[in-house]
Design a protein around this ligand. Structure first.
Ligand code: SAM
Length: 252
C-alpha cells in the first residue's frame, strides 16, 4: 500500500477508495462492515482511556496491525455461509476476535481472557457494535476453558495472537477443537526451529502442523506468520494441564 496518511479518517477513506489492503486480502467488506470497523476504532479510543487495552488504535496501527492482521489468515472461511464456532483465547482488547465477528457474519465467537476489566470493555464494545448475540465472553484462564465440557472439542476454529510461546498456545487451543477443527496460531517471526518445536508439541496433543503461511503486512508493518494445527485423534484428556503449568513447563 505504500505510505498512507495517519489521520484515521483519511486512512479509512483511503482504504475505501483505493481498496488496496482489502484487495491484498482478496475481500471487499460491505459498507456496513467498514462502518463497524470504524465504530470499533472509536470504541477502542474510548475504552483505551479507561483500561489499557492496546497501543494499536490510530491510523495504520489500527487498520493494518489490528484489522488486516486479524483477518488475513481467514481466507478459507471468508466465503462460507456455514455456521462457524470460533474461540479467541487471550483476546485482550478484542483481537482478533472482534474483527472476526465483524468480518464473518456466520460466526459465533467465544472470547476468553483472564483479565476481567479487559473483558468488560470488550463486552461493552461488542454490545455497542450490535454483536452481543454472536459474541460470548469467558473471564477465565485458557487452561480452565479447555477442561470445560461446554468448550472442549467444541470449536471449528480456535485462534490466539500474542498470548504465549507457540507450544503453550498449542496446549491451550488444540483441546478446544472438534474433529475437523483448526487452530490458528498468529505469530510474528517464525523460524525452522520454531516449526520443529511446535511439531513435537502438536504430536503430544495428537495434532498435526500444516505448512506455515507468511504475509508481509502493508504499510511496512512487518512480516507475520500463521501456523495451523489440525487434530489427528482426540486430544489426550490430561491436556491442558493445570493453570500455569503449560507456561511454566512447556510441552517442549
Ligand atoms: N490477542 C490480543 C492481541 O493480539 O491484541 C491480546 C494480546 S495480550 C499481549 C495477551 C492476552 O492474553 C492478555 O490479555 C492476557 O490476559 C491473556 N492471557 C495470557 N495467558 C492467558 C491464559 N492462560 N488464559 C487466559 N488469558 C490469557
Amino acid at each position: 500500500m505504500g505510505t498512507v496518511a495517519c489521520d484515521p479518517k483519511e486512512v479509512a477513506r483511503c482504504l475505501l477508495t483505493t481498496s488496496a489492503p482489502w484487495e491484498l486480502l482478496g475481500w471487499q467488506p460491505a459498507a456496513a462492515q467498514v462502518e463497524q470497523f470504524e465504530q470499533l476504532q472509536q470504541l477502542l479510543r474510548h475504552w483505551n482511556s479507561r483500561v489499557n487495552l492496546t497501543r494499536l488504535v490510530e491510523g495504520d496501527d489500527y487498520w493494518i496491525s489490528q484489522i488486516f492482521d486479524s483477518l488475513w489468515p481467514l481466507q478459507a472461511w471468508r466465503d462460507s455461509r456455514a455456521p462457524l464456532q470460533v474461540i479467541d483465547v487471550g483476546t485482550g482488547g478484542g483481537f482478533p476476535g472482534l474483527a472476526i465477528a465483524i468480518a464473518l457474519p456466520q460466526a459465533q465467537l467465544t472470547l476468553v481472557d483472564s483479565v476481567g476489566r479487559k473483558l468488560q470493555a470488550v463486552e461493552a464494545m461488542a454490545s455497542d457494535l450490535g454483536l452481543q448475540s454472536r459474541v460470548q465472553l469467558r473471564c477465565e484462564r485458557a487452561e480452565k476453558t479447555g477442561r470445560d465440557p461446554d468448550c472442549r472439542g467444541h470449536f471449528d476454529l480456535a485462534v490466539a495472537r500474542a498470548v504465549a510461546a507457540a507450544p503453550v498456545v498449542a496446549e491451550y487451543l488444540v483441546p478446544l477443537l472438534n474433529t475437523t477443527g483448526k487452530a490458528l496460531l498468529y505469530r510474528g517471526q517464525w523460524q525452522q526451529e520454531d516449526s520443529r518445536q511446535l511439531q513435537r508439541a502438536a504430536a503430544l496433543l495428537n495434532a498435526r502442523m500444516e505448512e506455515p503461511q507468511a504475509m508481509t503486512l502493508p504499510a511496512e508493518r512487518g512480516q507475520r506468520h500463521v501456523i495451523t494445527l489440525t487434530p489427528s485423534a482426540p486430544c489426550p484428556r490430561f491436556y491442558p494441564r493445570a493453570i500455569g503449568v503449560p507456561g511454566k513447563q512447556p510441552l517442549v
